[in-house]
Structure formats: structure tokens, C-alpha cells
Design a protein around this ligand. Structure first.
Ligand SMILES: [Zn+2]
Length: 118
């Protein structure tokens, strides 16, 4: 079974890892102080990945406004879901907005099938 996660949480952890990668890459660049070009290259890559994470964070912001806020039937907490199927951000309960999919096994393909029809 694949480890499904709430989409917004997943994108958020991706943005967070970009920041870490940027910082680590810049830190590695410090070891190449003797070679200015290599150090500069590491610095630029680090800055780019941090900027990318800022972009991803902004993207999460716009996604969040489109996301539907619902109360999870399993844990009773509020969570945001994207698309037709998503997971609760707290307990990973599969959630769906489509009544025809209710009770079916969770499958992220449902989101893709919808976009194929469009
Ligand atoms: Zn839940």
C-alpha cells in the first residue's frame, strides 16, 4: 500500500525540504571557498531552491483558497482537501467529495481520471 498523505501537507513538506536542500547546498559551497566559481555555483543553486520553496509556499496559498474545508468524519478535526479524493491531514482517513466514490478503496487515480475527461 502506498503511503498517501494529505495533498496540502505533502506540498508543504516538499517546500520545507527545498529550504533544507538550499541551506545544505549553500553550506557545501562553503567548503569550496578556494574555488570561487564552484562556491558561487553552490550558492546560486542554494538560493534558487530557497526561492523555489517560496514559490511553492505561494502556490500552497492559492491552493488553500481553492481547497474545500471539511470536518473529518473519523477524527472530527477540520481539514482541507484538494480534488475529488484526498486524505485527512490528521488521521489519514480517505476523504471524497464524490458520493459515487464513497466506500470505495482510496485511489489517487480518481483525480487523474477526472482531469482526463476534461
Ligand atoms: Zn481525520
Amino acid at each position: 500500500m502506498k503511503p498517501y498523505k494529505n495533498k496540502i501537507n505533502r506540498i508543504r513538506s516538499f517546500a520545507l525540504s527545498l529550504i533544507f536542500i538550499g541551506v545544505i547546498v549553500m553550506y557545501i559551497g562553503l567548503f569550496f571557498r578556494k574555488y570561487e566559481i564552484i562556491m558561487l555555483l553552490f550558492m546560486v543553486i542554494g538560493v534558487i531552491s530557497i526561492l523555489a520553496s517560496v514559490v511553492v509556499y505561494a502556490w500552497i496559498g492559492t491552493l488553500s483558497t481553492r481547497a474545500v474545508q471539511i470536518v473529518c468524519p473519523n477524527c472530527g478535526k477540520q481539514t482541507k482537501m484538494l480534488g475529488r479524493v484526498d486524505m485527512c491531514g490528521h488521521c489519514r482517513e480517505p476523504l471524497t467529495l464524490d458520493p459515487t466514490l464513497e466506500g470505495k478503496e482510496f485511489d489517487e487515480l480518481y483525480n487523474k481520471r477526472k482531469s482526463e475527461k476534461n
